[in-house]
Design a protein around this ligand. Structure first.
Ligand code: T4K
Length: 373
């Protein structure tokens, strides 16, 4: 077993979850919009300070649903501008709907799409823009929102990493017409498996509710296509019991991330990518970039850390456009020099709420030892 994992799920005290399970057992209501499900939607909307939250079975299902509602009629050749620097699910949500990803590069010095390149890539085939707030970072998202509003193109944000992140006094997850969160166990707030869509009108929230439940209005009335993408009561109850504890998780991660930044500051060739001094940042991940002046490459550092029991991850390497299925579908067009460079240098270090500053010291000492200092 590695000594340190890139992430570990936050958990509520077990007896609080067991109490919730007792309620589920006595109600014998396991899914299809049960009491915990309804409670979690309301409590998340209040916590995130957003109008509507609709729960889903995964972040991928949430993102797919948001795209589907934003684009009810999809024709062959319809394009969505998006980033190659992301988890594969961003692209898979488009492919699943028959949408063509139109990849553009990230901005200089950023992990997110370049708004200027997004604008330049808009054609008469563009149906939507799908930015990712990578690692919970919000740069560029307000500009992309403005471009979408100006050109009348819906923006659907892959906010999988953005739980708890705030920018300019608002939740990052309030960006776009829809923003899809992942509530997977590797995320800082989670329901084991799960996802959520933030929306801004009752009409959109209703459309999402219908879509995840086979398109049902009622048993005799199914006006639109739908699917089964519902969250169960077991997951929703985990979310309801975890939510009151998540402020502490955010505080711990902030403290640990700042400790990392202090300890890594004088390590040549290592740059912390996350804005750890920004109180609005959620510290969902601790990405570093390994520069050409480092004594070893990113891959050598990654392997050596793994051998020493520090399980870091190369989120996000390779680029989505380098995956075989994307090339086979003929979707890998374009050159993305900034994204490619970052994907070759990035490493996400362990960051989760069970760690202590002494653990960060051990991890940084291992990095220093590998880099020969
Ligand atoms: N968009 C973006 C930008 C995303 O990053 C993601 C998902 C999505 C969309 C789609 O959301 P979901 O449909 O997944 O809700 C993970 C996650 O499975 C995935 O949710 C996440 N992004 C992606 C970046 O990473 P893996 O393959 O790295 O997970 P795994 O199993 O290697 O676990 C990572 C670490 O966490 C390990 O060190 C072990 C530890 N771990 C993991 C689990 C599941 C635990 O300690 N306990 C656990 O229960 O994919």
């Amino acid at each position: 077993m590695p000594r340190y994992l890139v992430s570990r799920p936050a958990l509520p005290p077990l007896d609080e979850y067991v109490d919730a399970l007792r309620d589920i057992w006595s109600a014998r209501w396991l899914t299809n919009g049960g009491a915990f499900h309804e409670r979690l939607e309301a409590e998340l909307a209040a916590w995130l300070d957003v109008p509507f939250v609709s729960l889903f079975s995964s972040g991928t299902a949430a993102l797919t649903a948001a795209l589907r509602i934003a684009l009810p009629r999809i024709a062959p050749g319809d394009e969505v501008i998006t980033t190659p620097y992301t988890f594969v699910a961003t692209t898979q949500s488009l492919v699943a709907l028959g949408l063509r990803p139109r990849f553009v590069d990230i901005a200089d010095g950023s992990v997110n799409l370049d708004p200027a390149l997004v604008r330049a890539a808009v054609t008469d085939r563009t149906r939507a823009i799908l930015p990712v707030t990578c690692y919970g970072m919000a740069d560029g998202i307000a500009d992309i929102d403005r471009i979408g509003a100006e050109l009348g193109i819906p923006v659907v944000v892959d906010a999988a990493h953005a739980f708890g992140a705030r920018t300019e006094g608002r939740s990052v997850a309030s960006s776009g017409r829809f923003a899809a969160l992942s509530l997977h166990a590797t995320k800082l707030f989670h329901t084991a498996e799960g996802g959520a869509v933030v929306s801004h009108t009752a009409e959109d929230a209703d459309a999402l509710r219908r879509y995840r439940n086979f398109g049902y209005v009622d048993e005799e009335d199914i006006p639109e296509h739908g699917t089964n993408a519902k969250m169960s009561e077991l997951s929703a109850a985990l979310g309801v019991t975890l939510l009151p504890h998540i402020g502490r998780e955010l505080d711990t991660r902030r403290r640990l991330a700042r400790h990392y930044a202090r300890r890594l500051a004088d390590v040549p060739g290592v740059q912390v990518l996350a804005p750890v001094q920004d109180d609005g940042h959620n510290n969902a991940y601790l990405p570093i970039a390994v520069g050409p002046d480092a004594a070893v490459s990113r891959d050598e550092l990654y392997r050596a850390l793994t051998e020493r029991g520090v399980f870091a991850r190369r989120y996000f390497y390779p680029l989505v456009t380098d995956f075989e299925f994307v090339r086979d579908l003929g979707l890998a067009e374009g050159e993305f020099p900034r994204a490619r460079d970052l994907a070759s240098r990035v490493l996400c270090l362990p960051l989760e709420g069970t760690l202590e500053t002494a653990d960060i010291d051990v991890i940084v000492d291992e990095i220093r030892a590998i880099l020969g200092r």
